[in-house]
Design a protein. Sequence first.
Length: 424
Amino acid sequence: MPAFTFPDDFLWGAAASAYQTEGSNIHNDWHDAERKEQQKPPGKRRLAECCSDACDHWNRYEEDYDLALEMGIQMHRLSIEWSRIFPAENEVDRDAIAQYRAMMEALHSRGIKVMLCLHHFTIPRWVLAQGGFENRRLFMTHFERYLETIVPAVGDLVDYWLPINEPNVVPLAGFFGKLFPPFKANFLAFVKVYRTFFTMHARSYRVIKAHFPEAPVGVAFAFMHFQPYNPGNIMHRWGAAFANRAANLCFFEAVKTGRIGFPLGLGDTIPELRGAMDFVGLNYYTTLYMKGLRPVEKKPGDLVTDMGWILYPHGIYEILQYLGRSIDLPIIVTENGVATTDENFRIQYLEAHLRQVHRAIEEGVPVKGYMCWSLTDNFEWQHGYKMRFGLIHVDFATQQRTIKAGGRWYGGVIRENGFLMLDV
């Protein structure tokens, strides 16, 4: 019997996103930003390369799902690309909707549950031209039309809904951290856009519930783990606490109460946000040190991934404990994984984090499932194709797929519903 055994009804899965895998998504803001950056000299580019064909998952999803089945994947998280459904303001692509239905039917035919995300970072080009996230009123008009089109069209095939992926990441990376388009560093813009995402989540929840009242609806939240660089320094401690509040706690407090607290609001309300969550989806990868309001990526001696992210498995345990105490809802880990070409390191990373998930479960935290990021190697946003997160290797020149050693190990975990501690 495995040393670490999970509950009998625990769900094991893998995740992916439309833009990062499908290929030929040419009607959105990221497509345009990538091409604009490629016109600059190599040393000046903020985006490494163009997504272009990605994994060609749009045409090869059957092959990918066959490999998922071979690993024993029980649930797959995928997303819908808004700009495929609405390539222009007054154009609905019914063929694209039919293709997404076919993808979900392909999963069900293999006995794999569907977890569906409706927004994963990108927006249609024409939405951006009208002000994008910063023009909240007009943005929400367009987003609700998208919801009312796609939710009833595919909802009968969805087992779990994650309307919004990481509602804190686009505001932070695009409007404060200068990592994502439009590459801004403006705290007021961050607040404004983050509040747009609050509204997106609330409206998504209500639209889904109007069509499918019993459907479980959550959020895939990038709960960022912050700690003071020097725990003895009061400014470092304050910076970690402030970052945690702005990036993480305000969102969950708002979903619980409907009120937007400092620093994102002053107690003003979004009434339909209150209670708009049936389960919590946790995306976790790493920790960040804070020196005041300045993040520091690592300390000397820290073990880091190819992304430069610190290996800190204890962080997922701490966050699960917080969610278990404060939110009182079922939890599914909706992303956890590592960018590496060293499969021994991938296995060590997954095993270390799963041990912490198991510890939380043993202490009463209601964790119901775990989704590895990602099913296949894919396009990793500003980093391009160098970052290899996949359980399945993709040769991007030939599109050949091969299950990696880490994927085989994860498949064994699924079969045994647990694992023995590695001798590392």
